[in-house]
Structure formats: C-alpha cells, structure tokens
Design a protein around this ligand. Structure first.
Ligand code: KG4
Ligand code: ZN
Length: 414
C-alpha cells in the first residue's frame, strides 16, 4: 500500500509513521463534545481533490477542495496520470484543511466515507489508498460511496426532500435520469448513449479555442460556452436537438458535436481564419449549442416526468425534479427545465452551484445518509476495490422506451 510522503508531497513506500505524524497534528480541542455523528468525506474520482466533515444533521463543519481544471484546460483534457499525480500531491493537505476547518480531531469522527466508484481508476485509487490508511490507523468504520448516488442525494442536505424524487445528473462524465426511491434504491430511466453534455461542451469550447478568449481563459468549457452565449444570438444557427423520434429518455450528444464541428470548419473557411483563432461568430455558435443542448435535455426530462406520473412513481401532491452535476449550474439549461416543471406541476430543485460540481460535502453527506440507514458501514476493509465503471440502480430504460410516451411541444422561450 502507498502513503503520502509529507515533505515530498507525493506517495511513497508505506510508512505508518507518516500517517501517525499526520494524525498527531490534530491534537486540538481536547474534551470538546460533539452531540452528533461526524463523517469525513473524501472525493478523488475525477479531477477534484476534495474533503469535508459533515455532521448528522447536515451541518458542514469544514471543507476543502483542490481543482485541477486549470491544468487540464492547458493540456486540452484530463490526462489520467497527471490527475493521479495532482491528487497525490494534494490529498493530505486537503483532508488536513477540511479537518482543521471543522475543528474536529480525527479521533472524534464516526466514520470515513470515500468515493470508490465510478470514475477514473488512477484517481479513485489515490483517494481509496489514503482513506484505507486513515481508517486503519484510526480504527474507524469505512463507508464506500457511489459518486453518482452522492450527487443525487446532495439535495437532501440543503432541502427537505423526501423519497421518491426524480433526479437528472448532467456533468462532464455523466448524463442520466433516475428515480430515487431510497438512499441506495435507484431506478435508471435513461442515460446518454455516447458522451455526456459537459464533455461535449468542453470539446466545442476547445474547438472554438475559447481558452484564448480573454474573458474565458480560466473557465471550464461549459462555463465558457454559457458566458459567451450571453453575447450571442442563438437563432443565427439552427442545430436540431438529437433523437427527436426516439420516444425514450436516453440522450445523445456525439452526433450534435460532429455537426457543430463541421459548422465551425465551414465558418473558418468563410471567415478566412486558421483553426485555433477565434471566430467572429463564436458567441452565436455558443448560444445555439447551449440552447440545443438545453432543449434536448428538457425534452427527455419531460418524458421521464410523464412516465413517472403515468406509473404513479412520484409523490402525487408534490412531485420533485432534482438537477445536479457540473452542467446543472448552467442557468439557460435550468430555465429550460423550469419550463418543463411548470408545465407538469413539479417542483424543480438544484443544489447551490458549489455543491453541483464535485465536492467533498456530497461524499460526507452520503456517508451520513448511509450511517443513518445502516447501509454498507464496513468494519473490515479487506478486499475493498475501486470500480471505474458502475451503473446507477436498476435499469428500466427499456420499459420507458416501450411506453413510447409522446411529449407535448413546449415553447422554449428563454
Ligand atoms: O460534476 P463535474 O464537476 O465533474 C464531473 O464531470 O463529474 O462537472 C464538470 C463539467 C464540465 O464538463 C464542465 O464543462 C461542466 O461541468 N460545466 C458547465 C458549467 N460549469 C461547469 N456546463 C455548462 N454550463 C456551466 N455553467
Ligand atoms: Zn461528478
């Protein structure tokens, strides 16, 4: 097993002493009494190293995050070994910062919860090794966390939301619609058949060289598209939303991506500029792409709501749609979804943007939910492995498609 070498800031040969020294640095607040259970959450599934301490009632006592976005923007995408190295360099500091901010000493923790699936193998491995060392030294229970389940349940930390509810998770790595019936009880209604919307927006932003745009140089692709779209006219380009004939809740973004790519190439020819320079029509393209993505996501979600209503799967008096994941911070997409929830008498809820993107709080909170429900509280971590691929819940997307629900047309006046 590997552990973090404090001076070099990289993982080195196992040394119980290093971890011991790390733990000794928390000798503060002797005798302080915490009335509630406390969970430390650790997240390293993709490109954010994050940790947080959350109590049983949902109070966030301390949190810390190190984002790798800027590094990956420069390399034009996530290079797994680079992400792994950055997690290694930052995990100890981030966990330390979260614990220090919380004023909780490691011995006072009730459990340690860590993302073990799904995600990048090399990234997941760093968080898991570190957590297993900590668990071993502290003799605390370990709670393995499913990253997407954690995204889905974050809303229960910020709002009073009872099961069942519908969740739409849209990020750089995922795109799915699921019915949440319990802490660990999910029905998958639909998912992307190819890439996720965040991935597609990142690719378009890269193709448009938005990193060279003075206003967008430090933004993720999706955020850059949203920013630029405000200055553009979405009607200047007419991209059709994908899968209009498929009456299911699946998504697709690859075809649209290729059409946009071709359009950019054509515009470069027209404007007489080289690939790598910014098109004068970049803002219009951004606005049209964003709107088409919003319409596609809204339509599939509309069908999912109608399916759940038809089968009486949601609360009749207060049906709730939760939207989360990095792309959920996009206000244009949120507005499109609000049009859908207004038309179907549902309540639309989104966690605040900092809890929509990857964070440690959602992992710690999922640990709390599992602790309360008595689900997967491990006192022995033998044989525990990370799982890069892992579905969410029971897949009923075929049944959803067979219902072939026709979705009434809504005016997307955004
Ligand atoms: O959830 P997240 O932090 O990480 C995972 O992918 O799991 O989501 C990151 C994704 C990136 O693709 C990024 O471009 C996208 O979320 N994103 C946005 C916005 N902010 C971040 N997409 C659209 N609009 C935004 N404002
Ligand atoms: Zn995520």
């Amino acid at each position: 097993m590997l552990i973090l070498n404090k001076t070099a800031g990289v993982f080195s040969k196992p040394s119980k002493r290093n971890m011991y020294e790390f733990l000794r640095s928390f000798n503060f607040h002797p005798g302080k009494l915490f009335l509630h259970k406390l969970v430390l959450g650790i997240e390293t599934s993709c490109d954010d190293t994050a940790a947080a301490v959350v109590d049983e009632t949902g109070n966030v006592l301390g949190e810390a995050i190190h984002s790798q976005t800027e590094v990956h923007l420069k390399t034009g995408g996530i290079i797994p070994p680079v992400a792994q190295q950055l997690h290694r360099e930052n995990i100890q500091r981030i966990v330390q910062e979260a614990l220090s901010a919380s004023k909780v000493s490691p011995s006072e923790l009730s459990a340690i919860a860590t993302t073990i699936k799904p995600g990048l193998a090399l990234s997941l491995g760093v968080g898991l090794s570190f957590s297993l060392q900590l668990v071993d030294q502290l003799k605390k229970p370990f709670i393995p966390i499913h990253h997407m389940e954690a995204h889905a349940l974050t809303i229960r930390l910020t709002n009073k939301v009872e099961f069942p509810f519908l969740v739409l998770l849209i990020s750089g790595g995922h795109c799915l619609l699921a019915l949440v019936r319990g802490v660990s009880d999910f029905l998958l209604l639909g998912k992307s058949l190819d890439i996720a919307p965040g991935d597609m927006l990142d690719k378009v932003a890269r193709r448009l060289s938005l990193i060279k745009h003075p206003e967008c140089s430090t933004m993720s692709g999706g955020k850059a598209i949203e920013h630029l779209a405000k200055q553009g006219n979405k009607l200047h380009f007419d991209f059709k939303p994908p899968m209009q004939r498929a009456k299911n809740c699946d998504f697709s973004f690859s075809g649209l991506h290729h059409i946009i790519d071709k359009m950019i190439m054509q515009k470069e020819k027209e404007e007489g500029i080289e690939k790598g320079q910014i098109l004068s029509s970049a803002a219009d393209i951004a606005a049209a792409v964003q709107h088409t993505v919003a319409c596609h996501i809204a339509k599939r979600t509309h069908r999912a709501i109608l399916f759940c209503k038809q089968r009486d799967l949601l609360c009749q008096s207060n049906a709730v749609l939760v939207v989360s994941g990095g792309v959920a911070s996009n206000l244009h997409i949120r507005k499109a979804l609000k049009i859908v929830t207004d038309a179907t008498q549902c309540t639309l809820l989104c966690p605040p943007p900092r809890l929509c993107t990857d964070n440690g709080v959602m992992i710690a909170w999922n640990g709390v939910e599992r602790l309360r429900a008595g689900l997967d509280i491990l006192h022995s971590t033998e044989g525990i492995r990370y799982e890069p691929k892992c579905p969410l819940g029971a897949d009923i997307s075929k049944e959803v498609g067979e219902a072939a629900i026709k979705v009434p047309r809504l005016k997307m006046k955004i």
